[in-house]
Design a binder for this molecule. Structure first.
Ligand code: 5AD
Length: 439
């Protein structure tokens, strides 16, 4: 989501006559888009800004430095008090004002700008894409932001305080953006929101038992030339029958779900305010795999939540085994300001968090390894995205279930769908080759 927000700001600046700098050492404006989900992310952004300030202030004092996004939103003026070299602090509902504020600063009208106010309608301002930018090749995949904010209030999470209340864009507006992208060569779109399954909950009435989100999926599905639809991230409780059933009839909806579970212990899920039990969660995965047996499921898990016992943690280990995740992003619980969990009793020592993190990571890697190995010998469809990151002589594509496949191919296959034979599985990567008869 942050990448998408940054891209929209970059596109808005380009539209105003700015150009994307090749690197920060030659840029006149350096904006850091920030994340507040864990303290480590905030510390990293602050450290980076300190380095930038030291470097630029010595040789190029005119460079404008700014923070955007969640940390800007939650800390506001405090950031300039602590780092006086910072010129600009732009909150999560003000990304689209960046160009105007920069103009003011360059024109000498304002010295410093801090804007972290709420703004009605800001959910519809993350719209522009850097399509022609400086890259010779047009993108094959794109992210489209469909909503902002979150009303869920999980007890560990700072997002409702940094991103504000849920606000959704209209269906026609989202579809128009998707259509434009497809017109420029995009074949796969990922719909983005904090909790996409809550899309339109207040704005769009259910129709024939279908939620606003399912109505949006249907509308995007209609776009000719679009091959694949992904979305992230949903909330497990958003998998009503209407969404499960949509998988049965919308072929562009790929077999992939990022379903954050957070814990396998019912006691922890309750303390986290997640709104589902372990059994309910596993039931959702089972339903999805019944409709689409190839469904790849990834998740987010927090270890060391306040009060988590060894038995609670073992419930998480056993859930990971039962769910057979393709991958899991594991996070050590990090107390966040203003969140209920930060003040809960039973805060755990860092060493316990580290130890649980390592045990879970080993298990997740083992399960994923088996799942990837089991695919060797099979044929799968990939959408070719471009050169492989590690070896530019090879191409990289993604399967519908969101696994990366690397293969020998021709650069002009970019943007096409190919059926590849899987020859080998590495760590979270498949290696394929063109099946006989295809060239
Ligand atoms: N500590 C650790 N991990 C967190 N996440 C959210 N808040 C916290 C926190 N306070 C994780 C959750 C979420 C992911 C984006 O970040 O797993 O799904």
């Amino acid at each position: 989501m942050n990448e998408r927000d940054s891209e929209a700001v970059a596109a808005q600046l380009v539209a105003k006559g700015y150009t994307l700098a090749a690197s920060e050492t030659v840029a006149d404006v350096i904006l850091l888009n920030t994340c507040s989900v864990r303290d480590a992310a905030e510390q990293k952004a602050i450290g980076k800004m300190q380095t930038l300030a030291a470097e630029t202030r010595r040789n190029r004092p005119e460079v404008v430095l700014g923070f955007m996004g969640c940390m800007a939103q939650s800390r506001g003026q405090e950031l300039i008090d602590r780092l006086p070299d910072v010129d600009l602090v732009i909150g999560t509902q003000k990304f689209h004002r960046t160009a105007d504020y920069l103009d003011d600063i360059f024109a000498g009208k304002r010295d410093k700008v801090v804007d972290v106010a709420e703004e009605q309608g800001s959910e519809a301002t993350i719209r522009e894409h850097v399509l022609n930018g400086n890259t010779a090749s047009k993108p094959v995949t794109a992210f489209v932001s469909i909503m902002q904010g979150c009303n869920q209030r999980c007890t560990f999470c700072i997002v409702p305080y940094t991103r504000g209340a849920e606000r959704s864009r209209g269906i026609a507006d989202v579809v128009a953006e998707c259509r434009e992208l497809v017109g420029r060569g995009v074949r796969e779109i990922t719909l983005l929101g904090q909790i996409v399954t809550s899309y339109g909950r207040r704005e769009i009435p259910a129709r024939d038992g279908k939620s606003g989100f399912v109505q949006l999926l249907e509308a995007v599905h209609e776009i000719d030339g679009l091959e694949r639809i992904r979305f992230t991230s949903p909330h497990p409780k958003g998998y009503g029958d209407d969404l499960v059933e949509a998988y049965g009839r919308l072929p562009k909806l790929v077999e992939s779900a990022h379903l954050p579970v957070q814990s396998g212990s019912d006691a922890m899920l309750k303390a986290m305010h997640r709104g589902y039990t372990r059994e309910k969660y596993l039931g959702i995965i089972a339903k999805l795999r019944r409709v689409r047996p190839q469904m790849g499921v990834t998740t987010d898990i927090i270890v060391g939540f306040p009060g988590e016992t060894e038995a609670d943690f073992e419930d998480t280990l056993s859930l990971a085994r039962e769910a057979e995740f393709d991958n899991a992003y594991i996070f050590k619980y990090s107390p966040r300001r203003d969140t209920p969990a930060a003040d809960m009793p039973g805060q755990l020592p860092q060493a316990v968090k580290e130890e649980r993190n390592a045990r879970l990571l080993a298990l997740v890697n083992e399960i994923a390894g088996h799942r990837y190995d089991a695919l060797v010998g099979r044929s799968m469809e990939v959408l070719v995205e471009g050169p492989s990151k590690r070896n530019a002589a090879r191409l990289m594509g993604r399967t519908r279930c969101n696994r990366i496949m690397v293969f020998e191919g021709d650069a002009n296959q970019r943007g096409t769908l190919l059926h590849l034979q899987i020859e080998r599985a590495g760590s979270f990567t498949l290696y394929g080759r063109m099946a006989n008869g295809e060239s």
